[in-house]
Structure formats: structure tokens, C-alpha cells
Write a protein that binds this ligand. Structure first.
Ligand code: EPZ
Length: 429
């Protein structure tokens, strides 16, 4: 299995192009199931999760093609993909495919809306928590579906088609909001979602659905109105820049010091994380081409954070921020409120010399002067990248094992960092 080797100590200077957002790309691909016409997606990231989803969609009958790189195009330019669900040949999403990636469960929404039936494997738990699907099931029932759980599968049917309904989520859920947006777009009548996720990826999916002919108002606010339509048509849509990748590299620069232009990044997608970073002493300026992130010799100030749904501090940046705080001049408290088990990186950061104590959902990080390189590994992609960030400043060599986690969500990570002066390489094995 591949490993990433990092020799700490280099400051980051240069340009990092920000890729299209993984967490928008995945539901956008799934939205292609809603129409028999072609959905073309520009600025698609080259990621393992994207590849994995193509297997799942092909199994349902979606034709998938990718435009090759044009002469003069940078290797890091996003891809264009075409997805055509001319006919859906199978409404079952089997365990072998769904268990590899939780987001594949979301096919249940478009399959049920278009084919009036779906049989989708329960995704199961994962490293960051139990992650149930009760909100999805209740919401689809509110849209008129009959749902049973049989042998580990959610079996859903809406013999006469889905009908609009009023859905109030007990807690903000990004995935359940995506699924209801897609399902309700083809339901009869109006659907109202209350306590909807306001994440930029939800807005991106809603904008794409609107481009396909859906009638949606209020995406990006807690109340969304959807007026069902008879059918959706083909469309071309460009994926928004990845705010988590943006925040991750901004934290890497805050950690090492230096001056990096995050090309294509959009500040409005991650204001709370950028405000927090500014409080640590990092300079961030918006320019026409993206976000410029700088930290010169000054120390890193400790800042407390609590993760929250958008526009709060994202849980997907919690691990990376913790890595930064391990080198702060003082103590900080990090509270995780979205997932109950998202502190798997704590023990690994400790192997590099970090001082972190855990009390339930709260981590207290005591900044240290020096981290020391060591072999480490992580069980999810954001935790893995937090170890990379720590490795960039650790004395000596850090080896991050289980690199496939990084490949799920970070496009050409080592190439992007090497271009800015980091000593980082992939070792096959
Ligand atoms: C999305 O996951 C993201 N995944 C996650 O990113 C992200 O961490 C998460 O939203 C929160 O922002 C994708 O977009 C592909 P949720 P999702 O439903 O939709 C509970 C990454 O690293 N819940 O918003 O699965 C759930 O357990 C990933 O890129 C229920 O209780 O998350 C959690 O505590 C990891 N019942 C909370 O809601 C349900 O039926 C929020 O989860 C559904 C969710």
C-alpha cells in the first residue's frame, strides 16, 4: 500500500490550484439519475470517491465519459464528465458497492422519484461515527414512499409516484437534504424542507437541479420550497471550488509559514474558518484569482473552536485545525458537535509529540515547541491530511500510511505541496 513520506521544515511558497468540491461532485453525479438526458459536469476533481461512484452509477445504467486533457491544459485543471441515464436498468444498489462509500446511499432519492422503486443497501457505520439513515427514511415516507428494511437493504416503493410533503429534519443533515431535494423535484406538488442544511454544496446541487428544470427556492437557507415537475432535462454545470481543500491548505500555510495563492478559492464558502485562521495570526486576502494566505515569523495564537453546520466551523476542517493548534503558543479547546467519534487523529498527533487531552467531545490542545517525525496512520481522509500538515513542521521524517484515505478526497496532494517547496513524496509499496 502506498505511503506518503514528508520531511518537515520547509515553508510553503507558491500557487496551489483548488479543485472542484468532492462533496458537491458526488451528489451532482447522483442527480444525473433524475433525467434521461445528459448531465455535463465541469471542474470535476480526480478522486477515488468520484471513481467509486461511477461504478455505482454504471450499475444502474448510467453512461459515463470523461473529456481528455486539452493541449496546454495544466494537469491540475478540473475534468469534464458526461453522465447519461438514458434508461435505468437496475434499481438495486448492492452492499458491495454502497459499503465502500456512504454517499452512494443517496441514489435512493432519484431512483425512487424516477423509477418509483429502489432497493439500496444500508451504508453501515464508519470510522467517524454510527451515521444512521433514519432522517432519509422518515423524509421519504413523508413524500409518500412505503419503506421496509429487509436483510440489510432499504426497500422503498411509491407505486403512484412521490407526492410533495412537509419535512422537518430533527437535526441538520447534508445528505438527507440532498436526497429530498432530488426526490421532491420529481414529486407531485409542493415540498417544504425545514431545518435544511445550508452548506454551499447543497446550494450547488440545487442550482444544478434548477438548470435541469427543477423549481427550487430557498436553497442556502433553512427553509427550502420545491415545486415538483414532470421531468428534468440535460444541463451543463460547473462544480464549486472545494472549501475543505481550501481550508486545509490555508491551515498548512498557517502551520509552516510562507505565502501561498490558493487559486480559484472562494472566501464566501468558508468565512468562519478564515476568521478563525486570522485570529491565529494568519493573513488572508481575497484577490481576483483566489485567496492569498500568509504567515511570517510570528507565533501561532491559540483559538477555541466548536464545529457546527454551515455557516459554522466545518467538522471537515476540525482535524486540520487541531494539527495547527499543536504548535500554538498556548492552549486551545476544540469541541466536535457533528460526529461522535471524530477524534481518531488525536492519538496519531500524539505520536508526533502533540499534547492533547480528550474529555468526551472536547479536546484540549496544549501547544508544543517541537513536533518530531514518526510513522502514523489515520482512518478517515480529513484525519489523514491533518497528519500531513503536522508532518510539514515536524523535525525529521513522518510517514503517513493508508494513503488511500487521502486519495478519496485530495487531488494530487503531494504534487500541489511539492510545487510550493514541501519535501513530500509518495512511496509505492
Ligand atoms: C456530509 O456527510 C459530508 N459528506 C461529510 O463530509 C461532512 O462531514 C458532513 O456532511 C457534515 O458536514 C458528503 O457530503 C459526501 P450529515 P453526511 O447527514 O451528509 C446525523 C468528508 O470528510 N444523521 O450532515 O453523511 C449524523 O450521524 C465527509 O468529506 C442522523 O442522525 O452528514 C451526523 O451526526 C465525512 N440520521 C449528523 O446527522 C440521518 O439519517 C450530520 O450528518 C442522517 C444524519
Amino acid at each position: 500500500m502506498d505511503k506518503i513520506k514528508i520531511v518537515g521544515g520547509a515553508r510553503l511558497n507558491g500557487v496551489i490550484p483548488v479543485s472542484g468540491a468532492k462533496n458537491a461532485a458526488l451528489p451532482l453525479m447522483i442527480a444525473s439519475l433524475l433525467s434521461e438526458e445528459t448531465l455535463t459536469l465541469d471542474n470535476m476533481p480526480r478522486l477515488r470517491d468520484v471513481q467509486q461512484l461511477t461504478h455505482i452509477l454504471s450499475n444502474h445504467g448510467v453512461d459515463y465519459s470523461v473529456n481528455g486533457k486539452r493541449p496546454g491544459q495544466d494537469a491540475l485543471t478540473g475534468q469534464t464528465v458526461h453522465l447519461t441515464a438514458g434508461s435505468i436498468v437496475d434499481t438495486t444498489a448492492p452492499y458491495e458497492l454502497v459499503s465502500k462509500m456512504r454517499a452512494s446511499f443517496w441514489v435512493i432519492g432519484p431512483l425512487l422519484a424516477r423509477m418509483r422503486q429502489a432497493r439500496v443497501s444500508l451504508p453501515g457505520g464508519c470510522a467517524i461515527g454510527t451515521r444512521p439513515v433514519d432522517f432519509f427514511i422518515e423524509a421519504l415516507k413523508d413524500l409518500g414512499a412505503d419503506i421496509d428494511i429487509e436483510s440489510g437493504y432499504v426497500v422503498a416503493a411509491a407505486r403512484n409516484g412521490l407526492v410533495g410533503g412537509r419535512i422537518r429534519f430533527p437535526k441538520v443533515s447534508v445528505g438527507a437534504t440532498h436526497v429530498v431535494l432530488m426526490a421532491a423535484s420529481l414529486a407531485r406538488g409542493e415540498t417544504v424542507i425545514e431545518n435544511a442544511a445550508c452548506e454551499p454544496e447543497v446550494v450547488d446541487v440545487a442550482n444544478c437541479l434548477i438548470g435541469m428544470g427543477a423549481k427550487i427556492e430557498g436553497a442556502g437557507t433553512p427553509t427550502i420550497h420545491i415545486q415538483g415537475v414532470e421531468g428534468l432535462h440535460g444541463h451543463r454545470h460547473s462544480v464549486i471550488p472545494d472549501r475543505i481543500e481550501t481550508g486545509t491548505y490555508a491551515m498548512a500555510v498557517a502551520m509552516t509559514g510562507g505565502d501561498v495563492m490558493l487559486e480559484g478559492a472562494r472566501a464566501d464558502l468558508l468565512e468562519s474558518a478564515l476568521d478563525t485562521l486570522r485570529q491565529t495570526g494568519t493573513e488572508i486576502t481575497e484577490t481576483n484569482s483566489g485567496l492569498r494566505v500568509r504567515r511570517n515569523g510570528s507565533g501561532i495564537s491559540p483559538v477555541d473552536i466548536t464545529t457546527a453546520p454551515f455557516p459554522g466551523f466545518p467538522t471537515d476542517l476540525q482535524a486540520q485545525f487541531m494539527a495547527l493548534m499543536t504548535k500554538a503558543e498556548g492552549a486551545s479547546r476544540i469541541t466536535e458537535t457533528i460526529f461522535e467519534n471524530r477524534f481518531m487523529h488525536v492519538q496519531e498527533l500524539a505520536r508526533l509529540g502533540a499534547k492533547i487531552s480528550l474529555d468526551g467531545q472536547v479536546a484540549t490542545v496544549e501547544g508544543v515547541k517541537t513536533l518530531t517525525g514518526a510513522p502514523v496512520m489515520a482512518t478517515d481522509l480529513r484525519a489523514s491530511v491533518s497528519l500531513v500538515i503536522a508532518g510539514l513542521v515536524a523535525d525529521g521524517e513522518t510517514t503517513v500510511n493508508r494513503v488511500y484515505h487521502l486519495d478519496r478526497g485530495f487531488e494530487r496532494l503531494e504534487e500541489k505541496l511539492t510545487r510550493c517547496g514541501a519535501s513530500i513524496e509518495r512511496v509505492s509499496g
